[in-house]
Design a protein around this ligand. Structure first.
Ligand SMILES: Cc1cc2nc3c(=O)[nH]c(=O)nc-3n(C[C@H](O)[C@H](O)[C@H](O)COP(=O)(O)O)c2cc1C
Length: 326
């Protein structure tokens, strides 16, 4: 469908609907099914530096009689996991014609550039940096944490020419400033936002338990507001909206707010990969009803800079005048 075409990360996508990174995107048959059902691109499951470190530490623990083997095991585990990922990229590129975006989640700035170089060589079309440096140190300033992100991005940019997107959490004191700083360092595309593991407490057992890791339709709102604000403030950046997008309606809302693409995950866990088709068709039907001939015809129509009263995006408090409720 010509009218569904869009651009993201320097790539032409046949639809704005991207399958986001998860366990679903490490299986080749799922990638093929996603393409058949109209996905515009796929983000592969992230390769986690922490997972590599964990695997190698486990192997080292098991070989405690041979301490001299630790370095060997560490390197072997790292290369083995990286090689498996490289193979996944190569297999994905053979299996589908839509763009394949690799994803890395590293914690130390040294490793990022190295991984990125290998991923580029393997043939990925672009790279998503799944970034989260969590603030667990009360003596560390916010600025110092943000510096870590900048160092990571600089290291990746030095090592690869791949187009890069940063996938971020919503938890920054001044998100527009932070995004602008990343943009100054050569990142033009942002995935907003990632969703994280959230512990709960079982009050009967008095134990930590886990909430559902899948999102709900209501989770759309945080990202929707920030897509509209950021796209309005910085029209030159690209945003791939993520979290809580479960329907064509949600995709259209995000594109009206200014998103270049939308990413879906939980809805595919709940309903299956074939759910991409009604979502893509639903966007197309809405465009027909509204006589839009291209995605660009309505992208950003309701962003912060394009609406009469942009303060609707600025209201955070439920004061009576705006919320119409005591
Ligand atoms: C089981 C599962 C595994 C995930 N794994 C990754 C991952 O490896 N890398 C990543 O960047 N995001 C990962 N995510 C986050 C999703 O890509 C997505 O950002 C998040 O689920 C919010 O989108 P949704 O509301 O459409 O689910 C995972 C999500 C789920 C549910």
């Amino acid at each position: 469908m010509e009218k569904m075409k869009t651009h993201y990360l320097g790539l032409e996508l046949k639809s704005p609907v991207i399958v986001s990174s998860s366990g679903l995107t490490k299986k080749i048959k799922n990638l093929v099914e996603a393409e058949e059902n109209g996905a515009g691109a796929i983000v592969l499951k992230s390769i986690f530096e922490e997972q590599i470190t964990y695997e190698s530490n486990k192997a080292i623990d098991q070989s405690h009689h041979y301490p001299e083997a630790a370095d060997y095991i560490r390197n072997y585990s790292k290369h083995n996991t990286l090689n498996e990922y490289i193979q996944l990229i190569k297999d994905a590129k053979k299996a589908v014609n839509i763009p394949v975006i690799a994803s890395i989640n590293c914690v130390s700035k040294l490793e990022w550039g190295d991984y990125a170089k290998k991923i580029e060589t393997a043939g990925a079309d672009a790279l998503e940096l799944n970034m989260n440096v969590f603030p667990f140190n009360p003596n560390e300033k916010a600025q110092d944490i943000e510096e870590k992100y900048y160092k990571i991005v600089e290291s990746v940019k030095r090592n690869t020419n791949l187009p890069i997107a940063c996938k971020l959490s919503k938890n920054f004191t001044n998100l527009p400033y932070f995004i602008q700083q990343l943009n100054f360092r050569g990142v033009n595309s942002f995935v907003l936002f990632n969703k994280f593991f959230e512990p709960l407490i079982d009050i009967e057992k008095e134990e930590i338990t886990t909430s559902s890791i899948l999102s709900h339709e209501n989770d759309l709102k945080i990202s929707l507001r920030w897509v509209a604000i950021l796209k309005g403030m910085m029209p030159e950046i690209e945003i791939s909206a993520s979290t809580g997008i479960h329907s064509a309606n949600a995709c259209v809302q995000q594109i009206l707010a200014g998103a270049n693409t939308v990413q879906i995950c939980s809805v595919l866990y709940r309903k299956g990969i074939s759910e991409i088709k009604p979502i893509v068709n639903g966007i197309s039907e809405w465009m027909n009803q509204k006589s839009y001939k291209a995605i660009d015809d309505f992208r950003g129509k309701l962003s912060y800079e394009n609406i009469e009263d942009p303060t609707v995006y600025e209201r955070f408090q439920f004061i009576k005048h705006f919320a119409n409720i005591e």
